[in-house]
Design a protein around this ligand. Structure first.
Ligand SMILES: [Zn+2]
Length: 257
């Protein structure tokens, strides 16, 4: 166990054998490793669940989007279809926390993803910390996607196929994190949100929403616990090419490509 010199105020604790701290964000592997095609599962969801009841991630060979909420772990696949995750399924990348909100706010208006994330930003005192963000509401529309499985030899993440879908009039929760800019290479700077419907039948990675009322809950921590599987290095800052690939993967719709 060691403390990696942080690139921000964030304390990045790195270890292979993982003690459990309920106040930290726990992360398996790095976004850089995922960008480069490290898609083999390196830990089980049974182990991930020891470190958090709330979060997101993906599966061995990119078999969809993971959503963890209230201790339940879900897998969203083609078309946004959801099934429960079994503890022996494995993940190459997951980020979880035990969710204990310290801030909450109801938001009303003509809401879309940026008005909601701007409202969350306005609630935050220290933007160098990590925030677990939970947003529940009756959504007029949710647009999402699920990454499609790949076979070996694995392509880079940017070349994996996405299934895109949308659903109208759906009640559910956006589950995710806001990371500071300096986390680049370790995780996604800014917001990364997945969705799961209240009935747990629909979900995926969110890229657009509309709603007229949502409830925001926020849980802050300055500790990011990074579990690095063997062969995966603590990343340098991303190259310009990787940063642009990440932006494309996480924040842009694929339809226009
Ligand atoms: Zn995602």
């Amino acid at each position: 166990v060691g403390t990696v010199e942080p690139r921000s105020m964030l304390q990045v604790v790195q270890s292979v054998k993982c003690a459990v701290d309920p106040d930290e964000v726990f992360q398996q592997s790095t976004i850089q490793a995922l960008l480069e095609g490290c898609f083999d599962g390196t830990t089980t969801f049974g182990e991930v669940a020891r470190h958090g009841d709330f979060g997101l991630g993906t599966f061995h060979s990119l078999q969809g989007e993971m959503i963890a909420l209230d201790g339940g772990f879900y897998q969203a696949r083609d078309g946004g279809v959801v099934n429960e995750v079994s503890p022996d399924q494995t993940t190459p990348f997951a980020v979880v926390k035990f969710f204990h909100p310290t801030l909450s706010k109801e938001l009303k208006g003509d809401l879309n993803l940026s008005t909601v994330t701007d409202a969350v930003d306005a609630l935050l005192e220290d933007k160098t910390d990590c925030y677990a963000v939970k947003i529940h509401g009756d959504f007029d529309k949710v647009e999402g996607r699920a990454i499609q499985p790949v076979t070996k030899p694995y392509p880079p993440l940017a070349q994996a196929t996405q299934s895109e879908f949308s659903r109208q009039n759906v009640s559910g929760t956006m589950v995710g994190f806001r990371f500071p800019t300096d986390v680049q290479g370790l995780n996604v700077p800014g917001y990364h949100l997945h969705f799961i419907s209240d009935d747990r039948t629909f979900g995926g990675h969110v890229f657009a929403i509309s709603a007229s009322c949502v409830t925001i809950e926020i849980d802050e921590t300055a500790i990011l616990h990074l579990a690095l599987p063997s062969g995966i290095a603590n990343p340098e800052n991303l190259s310009e090419e990787q940063a642009s690939a990440l932006h494309k993967v996480e924040f842009q719709k694929r339809v226009a490509d």
